[in-house]
Design a binder for this molecule. Structure first.
Ligand SMILES: [Zn+2]
Length: 137
């Protein structure tokens, strides 16, 4: 079972990694004439953050000036964000295990509640029959 302490650690890591909203990938493609790259030469070359995290060191007018200002690359991530990206598969796995465990528990309790309800109804019916027979002279 995932502990409350572990959930708090994960929540803290998420908050520290993504303080300003979601990231989104930016795709590029290989420009080799005889491309043998996987996935048809398409790849994610950068991740856009919601806010600029680094200033351009390229001169005004250079095409890279705008690029550096608007794209967040992994190397521009804060330590917290980079660590979160590295830890994400483990975190997601832990959370999936916990979700599946909780679903199994929920199913168990739903079945138990349904069985108990049927039993209570049967007892109530029996009690009613008992009262009816007692009222008859
Ligand atoms: Zn290629």
């Amino acid at each position: 079972m995932i502990t409350q302490q572990r959930l708090d650690e994960i929540r803290t890591a998420v908050t520290a990694a993504t303080p300003n909203g979601p990231w989104s990938p930016d795709w590029d493609s290989c420009d080799e004439e005889y491309c043998s790259c996987p996935d048809g030469g398409r790849f994610i070359h950068a991740i856009y953050g919601p806010t600029r995290v680094s200033d351009s060191t390229y001169p005004e007018g250079s095409p890279l000036h705008t690029y550096r200002k608007t794209v967040t690359e992994v190397c521009d991530f804060t330590s917290e964000a980079a660590q979160f990206v590295a830890d994400a598969p483990q975190i997601v796995t832990e959370l999936l295990v916990e979700v599946e465990r909780q679903r199994a528990r929920a199913k168990f309790f739903e079945r138990a509640a349904s069985k108990a309800t049927r039993e209570l109804n049967r007892m109530a019916d029996a009690h009613e029959q008992c009262d009816v027979s007692r009222e008859e002279p």
